[in-house]
Design a binder for this molecule. Sequence first.
Ligand SMILES: Cc1cc2nc3c(=O)[nH]c(=O)nc-3n(C[C@H](O)[C@H](O)[C@H](O)COP(=O)(O)O)c2cc1C
Length: 133
Amino acid sequence: MKKLKNYSVWFCAVLLLLSSCSRAQISMSEEKEMPKDKNILIVYVSRTKNTKTIAGIIHQNIGGTLVELELQNPYPEDYKAIVDQVAKENETNFLPPLKTNIDNIDKYDVIFLGFPTWGMQLPPPHEKFFKPK
Ligand SMILES: Cc1cc2nc3c(=O)[nH]c(=O)nc-3n(C[C@H](O)[C@H](O)[C@H](O)COP(=O)(O)O)c2cc1C
């Protein structure tokens, strides 16, 4: 779990870096490459596809398994409704059951976690990912 949190920080840093550049360009060739023998997992939550886009760029560049966290009961489409529901979940520490199941998470050497800020914190689906039981 400590490993997951470390990579979460790394992925957040990538997102912050990209969001701070109005014309962000990714040049992975200039960066240190990910060793080819590493098993990589990219897990994200995204409603309006910003995080999904970044997760897709990372996936295109380094490969691995790309997974969107989906809920058993999807959030409402309406913005106010989802904001209210997430606020209530945060207040009551409710973690929504996930439809997505990742088998043998231990087999991954590197895990990227991508998520938007919801209610100034981690979205409940990602919290559930950290605490599956
Ligand atoms: C339920 C909910 C809560 C949000 N709370 C915040 C917030 O506290 N602060 C913020 O800057 N943006 C907040 N947003 C906006 C999203 O973080 C922002 O639109 C983000 O770019 C969406 O990423 P996505 O396209 O990957 O879903 C919230 C959005 C939703 C749906």
